[in-house]
Structures are given as C-alpha cells and as structure tokens.
Design a protein around this ligand. Structure first.
Ligand code: UD1
Length: 419
C-alpha cells in the first residue's frame, strides 16, 4: 500500500507541462480496435485506467506497447470480442469499448457496469442507441451479450448529452451503412478529440463540439499517429493547488477556453488568471474569498470533475460558496474528509455550502474517488502541518506521478510505499 506524506503551507511556483487527457485517451484507445493497422498515440499518460484499457485491447488480441509517453496499438488481427468481468470492474468506463468491438467484430460480450463511487451509472442511453443502429443486446444476469451482423445509420436523439453514450455511438456508427446523426450530443472537447482521431483514421465525422454530430459509416479505417489533447481537469487541479497554497504557476499546452468556468470561479475568489493561446497562468496570495455559486453542468458549463478540487481550494478563506452538483448523485464524498481538516461545509442533497475557514489542519485522509482524492491533495497543500493521504489507487486512475509535478513546483510531497 502506498501513501502520500504532504507538508502543507508552501506556496507553489513554476511551470507545468500538462499530461494527456484521460477522458480523451480512453475513448481513443477503444477506437483503436477499428483500425486495421498500427495506431501510435503520443502524449499518452501512464495511468491505471490506461493500463486497464491496454489490458482489454490485449484480451481482444491487439498488440500494445509503451515507450515513454507513446503507446502503440496494433489491432490488425483481433481474435476476441469479450471483456472480462475483472477488467469491467477495474474501470467502469470500459463500456466505451462496446461500440468499437461491435463495429469491428459484429459481436461483443461484457459485464454490465453497476453502481460506482459516484452513484448509479446507468448505460440505458448507450444501449438504446446501439439497438437503434441495429444491434441485438441481451441483458443476462449482469452480462451484456450483443450481436450486430449489420449496423445501419439512423437519427438518434439523446435525452441527456451523455459523454460516454455519444462516444459509443460515434464508434459503432463508423461501421454502420449510411449516415448516423446524433442529436443532443455531448459537446465536451474530448468528443472533438475523438472525432479528430477517427477522421485521421479515415472516418468521416462532422459536428463534434456542437450538439449534432454526423457520421458517414462504412469506410475502411487505417492506423494513424495521433497526439492526445492535454487534460483540462488535471490543469484545473493544478490551478486549484496554486490557488489554495498561494504562488504563481503557469500551465503549458492547455486551451484556456476549456478552463474558462474554473478560471472564472477562482478569479471571483481573488486569484489572478491570465492566459494566452496555449498557456494559463494563475497567481494567488493564498487567502481566498468565496466564488458565490458553482453549478456543475455539461460542457461548456462548469465540469463536475473540477467540483471537488475547486471546493477544496475554497475551503480555506473568508467567503461563502454554494455548490450545486447536477451531474452525479454521490459526488460529495470528499466533504467528510475536508471537514476532518477543519473545513465548514454543509451538504443538503445536491447542494453544498462552503464557508471559508482561516486555517485547515493536516490530517490522515482517505481518497474516496478520483477527483475527491485530488481535492484532498489540494487541501493538504494549503493546510497547516502534515497530512497522510491513503487510497492512492483512486488518484492513479487520472494523475500521472502527481507528487513529481507538485515537488517541481516547490511542494513538500512524497510517496511512501508501505509493506
Ligand atoms: C464522462 C467522464 C467523467 C465525467 C462525465 C461528465 C470519461 C471516461 N468520463 O463520464 O469523468 O464526470 O463524463 O462530464 O470520459 N446517464 C444516464 N444514462 C446513460 C448515460 C449517462 O442516465 O446511459 C447520466 C449519468 O448517470 C450522469 C449523466 O448522464 O448523471 C452524465 O453522464 P455521462 O456524460 O455519460 O458521463 P460518463 O461518460 O460516464
């Protein structure tokens, strides 16, 4: 078991090169099953979720090889169409493989992703859409047994702009005859990255970034070299760390427009955020006010994934912020841990009221989920004294060597492997 030992109270200074985006690379890895050739993915972060995707690809018969931050996937010869229960449990978002495997193999078997740390995570929209394209899907004792001898393009209206459902449809539709229209599609930047990747492979996808996406299916897809977009949530997390601990940090390679809602909240709280095309700089005195209201919403609204780190940054300060979590039911699990550090946070259903306190105290903390863990890291950096962070496997799903990044900025953080 590993723990992080963090001594808080040191301001952060310096420049960070932001890692590739987890939420972009996972659907891109699922899309590599469509290529009859080698895909070379650059800026591919080494995360446990990426390793789980690589394990799924190997299970399907693909060859996967990592060298530095480049991952090579050769799915020319796929032999399987089944994802094991163990890998489905390890990473619930492995359901994004469903559309790709169906498109390539005409059949797929995987277990149903049940509830998870964020609350129930239904996939009804994924299944309804794949059925509309012509897939037969049986739900048997927790397993999904799917076959699709032929897929045919059609118009699919999503009741909610689900990111995963949009991605699953995009992948399946590349093999469908004719045109598929996704109406009410998710507009997240990671969907644009997936469109760019598919088009580089020879697909014809238009409209990503808007709420209507059109896919002309049936084209042969080939291998490609591609650079994954930078991770806007990781960037937001480092912004929160600098906001909370104080200092002056510049993030490189990020698109400031993707960070505008997070920047607005931190600016409201008293930070100075300046940006050029591919750089965002945050300066903070470490004494924050409140940000009034933070309401999570689908992109371009405030990202649910940044809610916990921003809450941690605003827990120490002198203002009040009202958070409204509109995306997931169980996304305040970090609150109890922040309260143990001395934070004043009251939760009622979807609403959390954060009243800044003059100081947080270091404590023994447990990561509850990926972004909740990031929030605890942020809080520990601004707290007085030492914190011990456990449950790092959550953090490792989305952050590549976070201790190294923070140490390079002047933080006192070390990972200790305990036997
Ligand atoms: C993706 C991101 C996750 C982020 C989330 C919302 C990845 C790997 N993960 O998750 O980090 O927090 O988007 O921005 O990209 N829903 C249904 N039925 C469905 C599908 C979704 O009711 O069939 C609901 C969900 O319960 C949730 C909302 O729609 O309340 C949004 O979920 P969705 O956009 O699908 O999130 P994910 O793709 O799972």
């Amino acid at each position: 078991m590993a723990i992080d030992r963090i001594t808080g109270g040191r301001p952060l200074f310096g420049t960070v090169e932001v890692q590739g985006a987890k939420n972009s690379v996972l659907p891109i890895l699922a899309a590599t099953v469509l290529a009859r050739g080698e895909c070379v993915l650059r800026r591919c972060p080494d995360l446990s979720d990426v390793r789980a995707s690589a394990a799924i690809l190997r299970q399907l018969g693909a060859k996967v090889h990592r060298e530095g931050d480049t991952l090579t996937v050769d799915a020319s010869c796929l032999t399987g169409s089944e994802v094991s229960d163990q890998l489905m449990r390890e990473m619930r978002s492995s359901v994004i493989f469903l559309g790709g495997i169906l498109a390539r193999q005409g059949e797929a078997v995987m277990s149903f992703p049940g509830g998870c740390e964020l609350g129930p995570r239904p996939i009804d929209l994924h299944l309804k859409a794949l059925r509309a394209l012509g897939a037969y899907i049986q739900e048997e004792g927790g397993a999904l047994v799917c076959s699709a001898p032929a897929l045919t393009g059609c118009e699919i209206t999503l009741a909610l702009p689900s990111v995963g459902a949009t991605e699953n449809i995009m992948l399946a539709a590349t093999a469908a005859k004719g045109t598929t229209l996704i109406v009410g599609a998710a507009r997240e930047p990671e969907i644009i990255d997936l469109q760019n990747f598919l088009n580089a492979m020879g697909a014809q996808v238009r409209g990503a970034g808007s709420s209507v996406i059109a896919i002309e299916g049936g084209r042969p897809l080939h291998g490609v070299e591609y650079t994954v977009m930078p991770d806007r949530i990781v960037a937001a997390t480092w912004m929160c760390a600098a906001a909370a601990a104080g200092g002056d940090v510049e993030l490189c390679g990020v698109d400031y427009r993707q960070l505008s809602t997070v920047s607005a909240a931190l600016t409201e709280a008293g930070c100075t955020v300046t940006s050029t095309a591919e750089r965002v700089r945050i300066q903070s005195a470490g004494h924050l006010g409140g940000a009034r209201m933070v309401r999570t919403a689908p992109y371009p609204g405030f990202p649910t994934d940044a809610q916990a780190p921003v809450m941690a940054a605003l827990a120490k300060g002198c203002g009040v912020t009202v958070f409204v979590e509109n995306m997931f039911e169980a996304r305040y699990r970090h609150v109890d841990e922040l309260v143990r550090m001395g934070a004043d946070i009251r939760v009622e259903g979807r609403v959390a009221v954060v009243t800044g306190v003059p100081r947080l105290s270091g404590a023994k903390l447990m990561c509850t989920d990926l972004r909740g863990g990031a929030a605890l890291l942020v809080a520990a950096l601004s707290a007085d004294g030492e914190s011990i962070l456990e449950g790092l496997h959550h953090l490792d799903r989305g952050y590549e060597r976070p201790e190294e990044t923070l140490r390079a900025l002047g933080a006192q953080v070390e990972r200790i492997e305990e036997s």
